[in-house]
Design a protein around this ligand. Structure first.
Ligand SMILES: NC(=O)c1ccc[n+]([C@@H]2O[C@H](COP(=O)([O-])OP(=O)(O)OC[C@H]3O[C@@H](n4cnc5c(N)ncnc54)[C@H](O)[C@@H]3O)[C@@H](O)[C@H]2O)c1
Length: 337
């Protein structure tokens, strides 16, 4: 029998890629949830589709009737959108996650097997105290510099901890203590770049925006300085990482929250790559002080040695192959078509 999996935020950038991956493996019955209706292509990949707000208890009640084995909780307000509406971000990102974790717990109790809860966290959980420290720290491990400065980063850091709590310490002074009903696993994604969807609402959006503008022959004014550096990853690697972490045997995991990295270029290094593919590209810099400050507070790179050791994480794409074989040809194709 196929496993039932729930994908929230299924209509987003990662959601589209994940639904496609599930469809090609064919071993799961997918329930999707999003505020916006799925397009025809995605609708064909799912068995049940719900339109609604993940922080709505009535929606949770409906979802709870399914014997869900895995939850991929992607629905969230991203960093820029969350900063523009912090109260809404808290409701969706935090209350929405708590509601789903509690639902997972009840389903786990009912079915007698722990529900796997895959949570996409972010490098926004880091808060580097200064540019000097950011530069000298280089690739940072999971448990240092956790001083998020944005609503989004704070929400995600708290939800990482909620997930660990629900898996390991729920109601530790009650009779329920020690019961294993939720198997929380989180990945801290760097900025993900897709060849097929254009992001919105994120602070790492300058990288994909630069490529999409160049492919359309449009000028692009980058909202961060040329020397701004954060980690990035090609979208297929992000989806593979989610699936591989979900498949890893519990006993091989020494943590519940893992960094994953691929490449960590400056904005200027990205611009040079884009210009080598689109020589007419017009890229200028008009740093937005507040968005720049957010990027400066995120780490320059991540230490992902725990993921490599515990569940064999290894990105397929480095910077050159991501651009030369995945991003540039596909994005050029989209606009040429
Ligand atoms: N894309 C990245 O670079 C990146 C990096 C780190 C972490 N993440 C995390 O991965 C997840 C997915 O990111 P994405 O890039 O696909 O984002 P996205 O904005 O493309 O998709 C998010 C989806 O969630 C839906 N949504 C928003 N609020 C909702 C609500 N209240 N109820 C139901 N659905 C709601 C939106 O309609 C959208 O389809 C997010 O949790 C994000 O924080 C993404």
């Amino acid at each position: 029998m196929s496993r039932i999996v729930l994908v929230t935020g299924a209509n987003g950038e990662i959601g589209h890629s994940l639904l496609e991956a599930f469809a090609s493996s064919g071993d799961r019955d997918v329930i999707s949830v999003d505020l916006r209706p799925l397009g025809d292509a995605q609708r064909g990949y799912v068995k049940w589709s719900f339109e609604g707000d993940i922080s709505d208890p009535k929606l949770i009640e409906q979802l709870e009737s399914f014997d869900i084995a895995e939850i991929y909780h992607l629905a969230a307000l991203l960093s820029t959108s969350a900063e523009k509406n912090p109260e809404l971000a808290h409701r969706v990102n935090v209350n929405g996650t708590m509601g789903l974790l509690s639902m997972a717990r009840r389903i786990g109790q009912r079915t007698g097997s722990a529900v796997k809860f895959l949570f996409p966290s972010t490098i926004a959980v880091y808060g580097m105290p200064s540019l000097e420290v950011k530069t000298s720290a280089g690739a940072v491990a999971e448990d240092v510099y956790l001083d998020a400065t944005t609503m989004y980063g704070i929400n995600k850091l708290y939800c990482e901890r909620l997930g660990v709590y629900m898996s390991e310490r729920y109601g530790q002074l009650t009779d329920d203590a020690g019961e294993k009903t939720v198997d929380f696993r989180a990945l801290r994604f760097p900025g993900l770049i897709s060849a097929f969807t254009v992001p919105s609402g994120g602070t790492s959006d300058y990288a994909p925006e630069m490529i999409h503008a160049a492919a359309q022959g449009k000028p692009y004014a980058c909202f961060v300085r040329p020397d701004a550096r954060i980690p990035f990853m090609a979208m297929p690697d992000g989806v593979t990482a989610l699936l591989n972490l979900a498949a890893a045997p519990r006993e091989s995991l020494t943590r519940r929250v893992y960094n994953i990295g691929a490449f960590a270029p400056t904005a200027e290094e990205i611009a040079m790559k884009v210009k080598s593919a689109f020589p007419a590209a017009e890229i200028t810099y008009a740093p937005h002080p507040k968005r720049q400050a957010i990027i400066d507070s995120w780490c320059a790179d991540v230490d992902d040695s725990a993921a490599r050791r515990d569940w064999g994480w290894k990105p397929t794409f480095d910077m050159d192959t991501a651009f030369d074989t995945y991003l540039i040809p596909n994005i050029a194709g989209v606009y040429a078509g």
